[in-house]
Write a protein that binds this ligand. Sequence first.
Ligand code: ZN
Length: 209
Amino acid sequence: MKVFYTRRRMSEAGRYQTRSTHRRSSVATSAAVADLREDERLTMAECPGCKGWFPEIEGPTHAYLTVSPGCWARFGRALALHYSDYRYWPAHQLLTDAYSLQHSRSADRRTLRSTHVHLGSLYAQLRLGQAEARVISLRRALSEFDFNELPTIWPTPSTSILDVDMSCPAGHLTTVEVFAKAVLNDWAAFHGLADRLCRIREKQHARTP
Ligand SMILES: [Zn+2]
């Protein structure tokens, strides 16, 4: 599924838009598109994971995450910020877990592991308030399991990485937290599973001398 969009509109907005905001502003968008030359138009495509609309580019994607090249490129841009500027680093774990969970939507064995690992990790941080070291330990423990296929339909995304600010560290940290909470909320039907995943680690702790 594709839609024509414009460079001008993306520039005015300061970032690309999600499908939901695109729908709300469809009248203004049509007027803006009519004013542009054909060569200013840019083809957009929907990401199969987060349902956001991104430039339809030729580019790499992940081996088993359900993600479009345009969405993957924007996540890569965020990672570049994290690794190049320490002020962005505090957002790294939350963004990685939320983004990976959002795009782990298939029955592939590796994808299912990603779903469980990042669901547990996100839940541990946002709902249980667990410290970073314990969350890392949980993630490592869950990575050693194979998981059965999930029986319910995938959540409907309410947000995408388009809503994450890339312009300054403070804005980035704030919007990543909002993004992560929204993703976890989208996965509310799986919170029981998330709680059980976190308790798996607690049982392992209990066996530790
Ligand atoms: Zn996406």
